[in-house]
Design a binder for this molecule. Sequence first.
Ligand SMILES: Nc1ncnc2c1ncn2[C@@H]1O[C@H](COP(=O)(O)OP(=O)(O)OP(=O)(O)O)[C@@H](O)[C@H]1O
Length: 267
Amino acid sequence: MTNTTNLNSTPTTTHTREPILKATNLVKTFGKVVGLDGVSLELFPGEVLAIIGDNGAGKSTLIKCLTGAEIPDEGRIELDGKPVHFKRPQDARSAGIETVYQNLAVSPALDVAANLFLGREERRKGILGSVFRVVDTKGMRKKAKAELLELGISTLQDVTVPVENLSGGQRQAVAVARAAAFGSKVVVLDEPTAALGVRESKQVLELVKNLRDKGIPVILISHNMPHVFEVADRIHIQRLGKCAATITPQSHSMTDAVAIMTGAQTA
Ligand SMILES: Nc1ncnc2c1ncn2[C@@H]1O[C@H](COP(=O)(O)OP(=O)(O)OP(=O)(O)O)[C@@H](O)[C@H]1O
């Protein structure tokens, strides 16, 4: 991958590999309101792509179109080079796109391992034979531990702790670990550090880097410029429903990014 300095709305990075996820000219309107006005995006293997933009710039709408929560009016989405037409979030999830939304979908009363396997519980034969299959708590706990270890999540040693007893950062880590497990191809994180303190944010940002290093590309939506500049390989800037520019932390400063975002600097 080579980075070039360029403020045009075309991606500033050239890649030798094919994108895992590619969106071309997405349009989404809500009555007279234009949420997305012809937005294109590419996500490459092993990268963190941040999406930034002012309120109402179209970040959520873009993510929702990529993850099946909204259906674009126009445009094309390809996953691994093949066109996809997600009609609901479950379609995107089945295809390998996992999303962690701001309002975390963790179950507070369940323990860490149960949360990691939520909706995908593993079963084993019960003592009465193969007819009765019981939830394989022990097996899932073992796998949960291995998954957390692989992701470098060291703050969650005990997978039998109920999630309601964890800190905000640890809960976020559980949600991200769940998204990263089960062979997902892409992880989308919506404001993962918004509700966290400095130390907890740092842990989550480390986790994002670990995901990338593990080969899972991440799309990160964030308003926090220092966080974006710390972890992103490329930064897609949304403005008024369009992509104003795609930059890199090497090619542009935070001041540049904010100026492009607000229209003070043209792309
Ligand atoms: N369901 C909806 N119905 C009507 N208008 C919508 C809907 N969803 C989004 N919009 C509009 O589309 C535009 C883009 O909104 P979107 O939520 O994608 O922006 P955003 O960049 O995520 O903003 P924020 O940072 O405030 O969450 C806004 O004008 C918004 O009001």
